[in-house]
Design a protein around this ligand. Structure first.
Ligand code: GRG
Length: 298
């Protein structure tokens, strides 16, 4: 019953988060409307909206009640979407479907998809800067902008993707796989929660603790992704297909085995919940959200 209520609450919060994000999308008009349409299409294609949700919940955890969080919620979802558009390109993963819909490059062409990813990435900065209109703490907004850029960039998600692309098809040692997971997937989750914390008024030590918690969530989330990659094939093909058989991809599951992977998700997510419990403030929803994320089935 508790779980049932959580799912209802989650669906309500997802809608609430989406309404906020949507309100910051640029109008599809003008001579550049093709690329605006591709940006709009990709933003509206669905998705769990986890990053803005984690940001808003962390903001609330530290007592935040204002509107300065909203432009940042939109900005992080724009960055996430831009990374998915580029990740799907023929020169990267060459995917034709995402969330059950044709990918941006299939629908709008390779050239427009590159531009749509670029467009969303930089529009995210323009959007985040709007937080200054709602805040009387420009110092916090500036810190949040720095976190957003750093965790997206070469020392964050783009750095992780670089190593991932370079090692595609080759065996990856455990330390490099850990680096890829922490940066490619973890960095944006860290940015989400750290920005919520900064704007909510967290101090330096609290910010460090939030970064550590989010890093654990990212790691558990990615290992769960690897598990789902195998188990979803088991459902559709009648047998599990390990990623390295499929496309020579090293994952946590191919390195450590399924049982170890499941244990790692369990252990790391409980560590993340323990980090959360040490922080001030009450947020039962955030705790359930963390558990759901790493126990999800899609
Ligand atoms: C253009 C900013 C930019 C980056 C280029 C392509 C690239 C560098 C990075 C890609 C990084 C990447 C695809 C990481 C995977 C992260 C991940 C686990 C995505 C799935 O996230 P979910 O499950 O997706 O939150 P939904 O669909 O729910 O939004």
């Amino acid at each position: 019953m508790k779980n049932m209520n959580f799912h209802e609450e989650l669906s309500g919060r997802t809608n609430e988060v989406w309404k906020i994000v949507e309100s910051f999308l640029p109008a599809v008009e003008g001579y550049q409307s093709t690329v605006l349409e591709a940006m709009d299409y990709s933003m509206r294609a669905g998705g769990k909206r986890l990053r803005p949700m984690l940001m808003q919940e962390t903001y609330r955890l530290f007592g935040g009640t204002g509107k300065e969080i909203e432009p940042f919620m939109a900005a992080i979802e724009m960055i996430h979407t831009s990374s998915l558009i580029h990740d799907d390109l023929p020169c990267m993963d060459n995917d034709t479907l995402r969330r059950g819909l044709p990918t941006a490059w299939v629908k709008f062409g390779y050239d427009m998809a590159v531009l749509a990813g670029d467009g969303l990435l930089i529009y995210s900065m323009e959007t985040a800067a709007k937080a200054l209109d709602f805040s009387d703490r420009p110092d916090r907004v500036a810190t949040a902008m720095g976190i957003l850029a750093q965790k997206t960039g070469i020392f964050g998600m783009i750095g992780g993707q670089t190593v991932d692309v370079e090692l595609a098809g080759k065996p990856i040692p455990g330390d490099k796989l850990d680096f890829i997971y922490r940066l490619k997937t973890g960095a944006l989750l860290e940015a989400s929660m750290m920005i919520g914390a900064v704007l909510g008024g967290a101090g330096e030590d609290e910010l460090k603790a939030v970064e550590e918690m989010a890093s654990k969530i990212g790691l558990a989330f990615q290992i769960q992704d690897d598990i789902l990659d195998v188990t979803s094939d088991a459902k559709t093909l009648g047998k599990p297909v390990f990623s390295d058989e499929k496309n020579h991809k090293t994952t946590y599951v191919t390195l450590e085995g399924m049982e170890q992977a499941k244990k790692a998700v369990e252990r790391i997510s409980e560590e993340a919940v323990a980090c959360l419990q040490k922080l001030p403030g009450e947020n039962g929803f955030l705790e359930e959200l963390i558990r759901m994320l790493v126990n999800r089935e899609k």
